[in-house]
Design a protein around this ligand. Sequence first.
Ligand code: PLP
Length: 375
Amino acid sequence: MIRQTAAHVDLGALAHNARAIRAFMAAQRGDGGPVLVGVVKANGYGHGAAEAGRTLVEAGAGMLACADLEEAAALRRAGLAGPILVFGALSLGDADAVFEYGLTPTIASPAAARRLQEASARRGVRLRYHLEIDTGMNRLGFRHDNLARTLPAVLASPNLDLEGVYTHFATADVPGDGLFALQRRNFDAANETLAGLGARHYLRHAANSAALLAGPATWFDLVRPGLLLYGVAPPAFEGRVAVKPVMSLRSRIVTVKGVRPGEIIGYGGRFTAQRPTTMAVVPAGYADGIDWRLAGRGWALVRGRRAAMVGSVCMDMIMLDVTGIGAEPGDEVVLTGRQGDEEVTVAEMAGWAGTIPYELLCRVGNRVARVYSPS
Ligand SMILES: *Cc1c(COP(=O)(O)O)cnc(C)c1O
């Protein structure tokens, strides 16, 4: 049994996107391009981390990355055996999973380095880690302007081996942005400091989706796209790589009925019919990831046409104005994706809701089945 509202995940499109990104980089750099790290945090941006991870590895990703140890452990339990980088800060008491599941942690603070050194020494093992440098975003990482003081102790940790050094950009999606350029220079300077401290033969990485599309200057040895793999390009760089949307959120009409002029639809009476209106109820609400703010602003596709979301978005339902569309119970409703000649993209829906596509993708509800078509 499956609910009518389901997220159709096209693993073929995901594999296509990974290959298209790799081909784009190889063509521009002529050395085969950097290694692709498939970012599958937040349940693979809502698509299913294990399925997405498996598909990305098959399509040539050399590494996967997640937000925290719990996500990485879930990937291991799903049978993914390759390298997994954990972006997040190690919270108190959870370092065991690094060893138990063979994960690659990020060290972003002196305290994290001390804890991992102690834990590695206790187990009598050596641990490979990636070092995160904060080059100006002011989130996680060692401050770029303080490295000569903070890094010697980390680099001298007898049980820790430096595998990679990375930074993260705050404004890569804004072409020509000054902070983006400054962060790049700060990262270069950090690598010079590291060389001065004797660090050699490690991998460098910096690029998220937007930086990847902006050009080779920040590709280094590895790139870390997330959103782009799932078929959504930052607006400023749309069309640079021909990616396909991976997820389509679909449902079916359960009820169609008439509403008279002057009558309201839904909680709060936020919509009043101005004319004889045909209304359809769709069993997908904010518990399924339909943003509450779409009320009166969003559109869905029915019979290849756009139908307005009217009244409030309920927990389990929305109502559509299907006047003149000839809709019937059982008709397919496309919330994001293609139907006939029409398409609603996640980016378009995010615009209506006043949010970003990232948020809509990773908020697709737990109870929404992911229906996979094979790669
Ligand atoms: C989420 C994340 C990425 C991927 O970002 P996109 O904008 O989705 O490409 C890359 N690196 C780090 C550190 C991240 O947290």
